[in-house]
Design a protein around this ligand. Structure first.
Ligand SMILES: Nc1ncnc2c1ncn2[C@@H]1O[C@H](COP(=O)(O)OP(=O)(O)O)[C@@H](O)[C@H]1O
Ligand SMILES: [Mg+2]
Length: 503
């Protein structure tokens, strides 16, 4: 029988569905046909496979060769099917044994010489194979990434000939061993670099402790960008499972996984000229965008009102649900996007509104239009808005040491600990019933909140956000209840509600 079956995997969002590569040799006009919705790169596979077989002194059968990639309705892309196709042809023509093939899955692109080249998105493939019980053979270039999944059976090979020797029982391939992954080096930027601004720093600490979203507002050159970029330095470390999820997103993105970045907290700061596809993901085939690359990390949008309205509106769904669904006529792809959101903006187009020292020339109308770029629903989803004032000159020359990130981080970790002990999650993701149950607001604090709600006519969503932030402040102080003082501080971090009540 001149039929062989080889298993491989396609790439679909964050998953890697099984693909069966069937190779059949029959009589008729000699040639190679690939069927099963192959895209351009798979078609090119023909030429690569033919050359690779010839250059490794195998015989390229002068028969009618049909390759079927099943299921047919699954989009397939990239050169990842080269190796399984080549093995299918070799097995169907009796040049390598067929019996062992069913124990393995294969993925890899072939160079014309028969050498194996790495593929993008190998991590989801390893995860898929792991649950199927088979072993996986990957190109050597993907070995370190594949070894991140513990207990998965993965072998790596440099050349098509190595794979064939393994299947023929001549020389076994070696399993991928995990590289000794370095613990991320401490970032070069430390919170201590930022002079003064105690109010803004305190807000950053609270945001880190409860994983709250935060918007800095203030004139240019006050350190907003500096502060925001130091958020990862005060966040708790990410777990192995989270790091694996981060690596999987990077693995299917265009950049590819870098073992040096293992366990680094993602920090993404896309430019305001970014398109919505770059930000939320998309394309054909769909790739994760900045929000997914910030999964389990931080997404920082500097100069928030400069982003187009459409791009900002795209953020609403992921901010609420922690994932993004990209829908196309033929298919849907879901990418994770559980990020902490931080943004900065000037208070008006010229940047100096509300400043005591610089005069602002913007009219009320201009300021209103500028603020109007941020829609109500988006602002509703931001827990804290904080004004960053111009720094007094003496603060800059002050030689007194500022608090280092390490020390702030200890407090953040402690506050997160309280949250996990109490409710099993951090404060910002509490649902309304959970919040009612765990908030523990003192009576005076509740009265204060009711007054403010009435005065500024705030929405129910804002009401719950204020309580969540107050809960985090109480956690930082190690207090079981939310006192009037904590609630008062939380209300302080709602600058935009006050500004909007004025303009
Ligand atoms: N609080 C501060 N401490 C030390 N340097 C500061 C501070 N604020 C601003 N700077 C200096 O000003 C530059 C611009 O700061 P940046 O964070 O970009 O301001 P913004 O984003 O508010 O416009 C920084 O690179 C730094 O040299
Ligand atoms: Mg800036």
């Amino acid at each position: 029988m001149s039929l062989a079956i080889v298993y491989s995997r396609a790439s679909s969002g964050m998953t890697a569905p099984l693909v069966t590569v069937e190779a059949h040799l029959s009589n008729g006009m000699a040639g190679l046909n690939i069927v099963g919705l192959p895209e351009a790169a798979v078609k090119e596979s023909k030429d690569r496979v033919r050359s690779a077989l010839m250059n490794t002194h195998f015989e390229f059968p002068i028969r009618r060769i049909t390759i079927n990639l099943a299921p047919a309705d699954l989009p397939k892309e990239g050169g990842r099917f080269d190796l399984p196709i080549a093995l299918g042809i070799l097995a169907a023509s009796g040049q390598i044994p067929r019996d062992k093939l069913a124990e393995y899955e294969f993925t890899g692109e072939l160079a014309l010489s028969g050498e194996l080249r790495g593929i993008r998105g190998v991590l989801p493939v390893v995860l898929g194979v792991h649950s199927s019980g088979r072993s996986l053979i990957v190109p050597q270039q993907n070995a370190s990434e594949a070894a991140l999944v513990q207990h998965a059976k993965v072998l790596s090979a440099r050349h098509l000939l190595d794979v064939c020797s393994h299947l023929q029982g001549i020389r076994s391939l070696l399993p991928c061993v995990p590289e000794v992954l370095s613990v991320p080096e401490k970032g070069t930027s430390d919170l201590a670099d930022v002079k003064g601004q105690p109010h803004a720093k305190r807000a950053l600490e609270i945001a880190a402790a409860g994983r709250h979203s935060l918007l800095y507002m203030g004139p240019p050159g006050t350190g907003k960008t500096m502060l925001a970029s130091r958020l990862p330095s005060i966040l708790p470390p990410i777990s192995d499972q989270e790091a694996l999820e981060v690596a999987a997103v990077v693995s299917v993105s265009n950049s590819g996984f870098d073992p040096k970045k293992w366990k680094c907290i993602p920090f993404r700061s896309p430019h305001h000229s970014s398109s919505s596809v770059a930000l939320v993901g998309g394309g054909r085939p769909p790739r994760p965008g900045e929000i997914s690359l910030a999964h389990h990390g931080v997404l920082f949008l500097d100069e928030l009102p400069e982003f187009t309205r459409h791009v900002l509106e795209c953020l609403r769904e992921p901010l609420e649900s922690g994932q993004i669904t990209i829908s196309r006529a033929a298919f849907q792809t879901v990418f994770p996007a559980h990020f902490q959101f931080i943004a900065s903006m000037n208070p008006c187009p010229c940047g100096y509104a509300g400043s005591l020292t610089d005069s602002c020339h913007c009219t009320k109308e201009q300021i209103k239009r500028y603020m109007g770029k941020l829609s109500g629903p988006l602002l509703d989803r931001i827990d804290m808005h904080v004004e960053v004032a111009r720094l007094a000159p003496e603060s800059l020359t002050n030689q007194a040491a500022e608090e280092r990130s390490e020390i702030v981080r200890e407090r953040v970790i402690q506050a997160r600990e309280y949250q996990y002990q109490r409710q099993g999650k951090y404060n910002t993701v509490l649902t309304v019933p959970e919040l009612d149950h765990y908030a523990n607001i003192e009576r005076e604090a509740q009265q204060l909140l009711n007054q403010v709600m009435k005065k500024f006519n705030l929405s129910a969503r804002v009401y719950h956000r204020i309580i969540k932030v107050a809960r985090t402040i109480a956690d930082l102080e190690g207090s079981a209840t939310i006192s009037e003082q904590f609630l008062g501080e939380a209300l302080n971090y709602r600058s935009l509600d006050r500004i909007k009540a004025i303009i």
